[in-house]
Structure formats: structure tokens, C-alpha cells
Design a protein around this ligand. Structure first.
Ligand code: BDR
Ligand code: CA
Length: 312
């Protein structure tokens, strides 16, 4: 099985991704690392532990960064994920505790223990990944791949016309991640806005798997209401769980290679700027930037079927 660490800010679609990964026989989850984002890092940590307890899996949870590296924190989007991060469902607090290590240290230690084997899946702002590189720059050469949900190459943003939420929450950390010498795959709004998860699918998963499926169905109602009240749609976008599908079956996606950098100030703050491979620019900002694989196409039906069958 492929070894993964999930860095996360649960979050309703984070919960979908985490249960998806727990149920996938192709994946071995080494641990969950947490960050602020949809909720505070303390609540994200509690929520991550709650998910391990619901799924009855014994994986460590390591708490990570509480604030962005260089900008003021943005408010938590409780209108999207609820005050509790789970759609205001009043779930009881978990019994377990986070491990003593920081998220960044946990990432470094796992990557050192299994050189070349660990894939980091990032579902929130990227502060923990940037910190891990700072603690141990060799990590970049020792991970298998970084697969992140965030950004957008050509699609509109979701927190500004050009910025996606995870990148906007810590643009400096994101720029560190995109310019480090590791293999990054970006799964952004270009593809996640092409996939709509609706209640019919969630109901079928709940029927087949009342524990995880029932929990996800209950959380998702707040999320789906947000999307259907704001946009002309009947369901929610499939953001974070797309990363898990990518790791299980990359053929679901079409990718383009290019350099990605992040705007860190001004009205474009949080934008992931994509320079397709082969183009060259005289601006020094674009010298020697490693190639990111940017997902631009997705087989939505295949993706949703993989999610449903894995969770059922
Ligand atoms: C991303 O932002 C968060 O609200 C979601 O959990 C997802 O990671 C989508 O822009
Ligand atoms: Ca998330």
C-alpha cells in the first residue's frame, strides 16, 4: 500500500477525504497532521481525532501551525463548514489526544523513516509543509510526492476572483511549497469545480455504510445548503477528496506541467500563477522554478464512482 500523511483542517470535505483514504486498501495512512483553516488548529486537531475514532482506526494525529506564516489570519468560514467544522452537528468531543510532536516534525520523521515512500496529501493551508522543509530541507528529496488541494490555474478563485481559500490562508507557505525541489501535484478549482457531489450519492453511501456514510451525510447538509443557496447547483463541489482519488488512480485526471508561483501581496494575493512548460520569461521570478503537475481535466463520473464504491 502507498504510504500517505494527510495534512488537514477538518472541515466537511476534509472529513470526506479522510474517510475515503481510511477505506482505500491501496493506501496506508501513517498519520494526520492538522492546521488552522476551516477552523482553528485546536478544533481541527479535535476533529481529526474524532474522525479516527468514528472510523476506529489507530493513526496518530499531530497538531500543526495555528496561524499563517507572514500575514494576518483570515476569519474561519463558519458559513461554509459550520462553527464546529462539521456543519454544526453537535458531535461529542473525542476521547483521544494528539501526539506530543508537532505536525512538521512528524512529517520529517516519517519521511526519514520511509525514504522515497511517503506521499503528503495537503488539504488545507500549507504552513506545516513549509515548516517541515525548514526543519529539514532534505525532506524535499526524500518524499515520493506532494498532492495538494489548492489554487487554480485558469478557473476563477473562490475567495477572490483569482485566489482559492487554502492558498489565500497562507500564500507565503504555498509559494515555498511550489518552489521546493519535490514533485508537487496541484488539484485546484480547475478540476474540483467540475465535480458535483449530491445527496443521492451521499444517501447511497449512508445506506451501505451507516457509520462513516451517516456521519458524512449529516455534516454535508450544511455544506450543500451553502452551495445551493449561493450558486445555481444542487450539491457541493468535490474539493479535498479529489486528492485521494488522484493518489488511487491518477488516470482519472488530465495534467499539464508548468511552473507555479503564488502572489503574496496586493489585489492578486493568494493567486497561483501558472506558467506552462516551454514558455520562458525574462522576469527573475520565473527562473528555475520546478515543474508542478497541474490537474486540468477530470473524469467526474469515474471519480464519483471510485468515491462511492470505496466508501460503500
Ligand atoms: C478548500 O478550502 C476549504 O474550505 C476546503 O476544505 C478545501 O480544502 C477549498 O477551497
Ligand atoms: Ca480542507
Amino acid at each position: 500500500a502507498r504510504k500517505i500523511i494527510i495534512d488537514t483542517d477538518p472541515g466537511i470535505d476534509d472529513a470526506m477525504a479522510i474517510f475515503f483514504a481510511f477505506q482505500a486498501p491501496q493506501l496506508e495512512v501513517l498519520g494526520l497532521t492538522t492546521t488552522f483553516g476551516n477552523v482553528s488548529v485546536d478544533l481541527a486537531t479535535q476533529n481529526a481525532i474524532t474522525l479516527t475514532e468514528i472510523a476506529k482506526v489507530n493513526v496518530p494525529v499531530a497538531k500543526g501551525v495555528a496561524v499563517p506564516s507572514k500575514i494576518a489570519p483570515r476569519p474561519h468560514p463558519d458559513f461554509v463548514h459550520g462553527k464546529d467544522g462539521f456543519g454544526n452537528i453537535d458531535w461529542p468531543a473525542p476521547k483521544g489526544k494528539a501526539i506530543e510532536k508537532s505536525a512538521a516534525q512528524f512529517i520529517v520523521d516519517m519521511v526519514r523513516e520511509f525514504p522515497g515512500e511517503v506521499t503528503i496529501i495537503a488539504l488545507g493551508p500549507l504552513g506545516n509543509l513549509a515548516k517541515a522543509l525548514e526543519l529539514d530541507p532534505e525532506v524535499a528529496n526524500l518524499v515520493d510526492e506532494v498532492v495538494l488541494m489548492g489554487g487554480t490555474a485558469i478557473e476563477y478563485g473562490n475567495v477572490s476572483p483569482v485566489a482559492e481559500a487554502n492558498i489565500m490562508n497562507d500564500p507565503h507557505a504555498a509559494d515555498v511549497v511550489f518552489t521546493a525541489p519535490w514533485q508537487v501535484t496541484m488539484i485546484g478549482l480547475d478540476v474540483t469545480h467540475q465535480v458535483l457531489l449530491d445527496n443521492r450519492i451521499l444517501e447511497r453511501i449512508k445506506q451501505a455504510n451507516p457509520t462513516e456514510g451517516g456521519f458524512l451525510y449529516d455534516c454535508a447538509q450544511h455544506y450543500i445548503n451553502f452551495y445551493s443557496s449561493r450558486f445555481d447547483m444542487n450539491g457541493c463541489y468535490f474539493h479535498d477528496a479529489s486528492t485521494i482519488a488522484y493518489v488511487m488512480d491518477p488516470s482519472i485526471f488530465g495534467v499539464e506541467l508548468g511552473a507555479v508561483r503564488v502572489a503574496c501581496e496586493g489585489i492578486g494575493i493568494g493567486q497561483t500563477i501558472f506558467a506552462p512548460q516551454g514558455m520562458s520569461f525574462p522576469e527573475p521570478h520565473w527562473n528555475d522554478v520546478p515543474m508542478t503537475q497541474v490537474c486540468m481535466e477530470v473524469d467526474s463520473q469515474k471519480l464519483l464512482t471510485l468515491f462511492e464504491t470505496t466508501l460503500s
